[in-house]
Design a protein around this ligand. Structure first.
Ligand code: UGA
Length: 435
């Protein structure tokens, strides 16, 4: 097969669906995106994005203009002449920690009922527990129309918020869980241009690879945090400990930084879901339980440092830099900063917060926080500053000016952004993680 232009239908327009659609359209494919909210679909068709992701709006507008990208509520329209359908709907956590896959099932049924080509690939990008795709295949067969064959593929996604466009354009790896030869050939042809290593495997392995990758990275972060607690008690330095460890080529330094812990819509949800899957198969999941527990201790440890610096927090003013779960996004889901806000408010503190992108979202949850127009405004008259997200602008602040504005020169750095010795030299009471 020599073709390099495809017609693709994507279901769902969250981070994964929308970024994938915009990037693939920009590569020259014709992309339809199916949604279910008329207002959002209209906005998207007018080039408006309802969350922040660097570069996405421009990419969306360019591809709407070239008519390679279209958003619709209509399955029939989006499935005419399609080569493959990519399901990107979300699988939120259930009350018991398991993944809620009902949206994946519902949209897949609709797709199969509306199939028009004689052969269609149905690729599931949504993160689903092992066994889901095979069950789905069995279920969907019941709705299959005569002569309309389809193949199920597990196509896990590894993009990160904040760098989603780059990650989609230049993926580090492509994992394809596929057992149908025709589908395999089509997906290999489609993905060839990305020049990333491709692993063809079965449905179950692809499903596990997704959860295992996120759980492993979470585990690395929690391991760094666990060691940082020990460093604080013993006078060791976490950065040197990690440097020494990663001199061993078997231990990779990425995602191995101590701080206030991980957040976001993926790591916390996926370790819970993987725990649930292990439990289902009666496999001891205490390793993963520990990862979650340490992640709680990480933000609590940082929060308690404010008490060390200011004594009681009652009626004290705390400046908070960073609300998003990481830089480059306005996403506050499971953000450590929000857990700290909740804790500070319960202790009677007043909070002045600043984040370059995430204040609007945080206001929906906390209307009793004072949101400031910049980092300097937030520290004005504050008793202590907490740094919760490593936005690049926080690296470039004028520390003399900050000191002048703060009521007391107290800093809790939850992301280990600065050199402790330098901060001390400048007269700060500076506490960070594991140093
Ligand atoms: C994560 C994965 O990195 C992606 O590969 C995956 O596709 C995505 O989940 C998903 O499943 O959809 P994302 O949630 O965007 O991506 O965020 P990350 O960049 O992985 O960061 C997660 C959290 O770990 C952040 O709160 C970050 O601050 C924290 N982190 C990261 C640390 O605390 N320490 C580190 O050393 C690295």
């Amino acid at each position: 097969m020599k073709r390099n232009k495809f017609t693709i239908t994507i279901v769902g327009h969250g981070y994964v669906g929308l970024v994938t659609a915009a990037v693939w359209a920009d590569l020259g494919h014709k992309v339809y995106v199916i949604g279910r909210n008329r207002e959002k679909i209209n906005k998207l068709n007018h080039g408006e994005v309802y969350f922040y992701e660097p570069g996405l709006k421009k990419l969306l507008q360019r591809n709407l203009k070239s008519q390679r990208l279209k958003f619709t509520l209509n399955y029939q329209e989006a499935l005419t002449n399609t080569d493959m359908v990519i399901v990107c709907v979300n699988t939120p956590g259930n009350h018991d920690g398991g993944a809620d896959i009902s949206a994946v099932i519902n949209v897949s049924k609709k797709i199969i009922k509306n199939l028009q080509a004689n052969f269609t690939v149905l690729a599931i990008k949504s993160t689903v527990p092992v066994g889901t795709n095979r069950k789905l295949l069995k279920l969907l067969k019941k709705y299959q129309k005569p002569g309309k064959r389809f193949a199920i593929v597990s196509l896990p996604e590894f993009l990160r918020e904040g760098t989603a466009i780059k990650d989609t354009l230049h993926p580090h790896r492509i994992i394809i869980g596929v057992e149908d030869k025709r589908a395999e050939k089509l997906l290999l042809t489609f993905h060839r241009r990305f020049k990333a290593p491709i692993l063809i495997t079965n449905l179950e392995s692809a499903e596990i690879i997704k959860y295992a990758s996120n759980a492993f990275l979470s585990m690395k972060i929690s391991f760094a945090n666990l060691l940082s607690f020990l460093c604080e008690k013993t006078g060791a330095n976490i950065e040197e400990v990690i440097k020494g460890m990663t001199m061993d080529k078997r231990i990779n330094p990425h995602f191995f930084k101590a701080g206030i812990g991980f957040g976001g819509s993926c790591f916390p949800k996926d370790i819970k879901a993987l725990t649930r899957i292990l439990n289902k198969y009666q496999i001891d999941a205490s390793l993963l339980n520990g990862v979650g527990k340490i992640n709680q201790l990480a933000w609590q440890n940082a929060a308690h440092k404010t008490l060390k610096l200011v004594g009681s927090l009652k009626n004290k003013t705390v400046a908070l830099w960073g609300l998003a779960f990481k830089p480059g996004t306005d996403d506050i889901r499971e953000a450590p900063a929000l857990k700290i806000i909740d804790w500070l408010l319960k202790k009677g503190a007043k909070i002045k917060a600043y984040d370059p992108q995430a204040m609007k979202n945080t206001l929906q949850k906390f209307d009793n926080v004072l949101y400031c127009k910049n980092a300097l405004a937030a520290v004005e008259n504050a008793d202590v500053l907490i740094i919760a997200t490593e936005w690049p602008e926080f690296k470039k602040v004028d520390w003399q000016l900050v000191k002048h504005r703060l009521k007391k020169p107290n800093i809790v750095d939850g992301r280990n952004l600065y050199y402790p010795d330098k901060m001390k030299q400048m007269g700060y009471n500076y506490l960070s993680s594991g140093r």
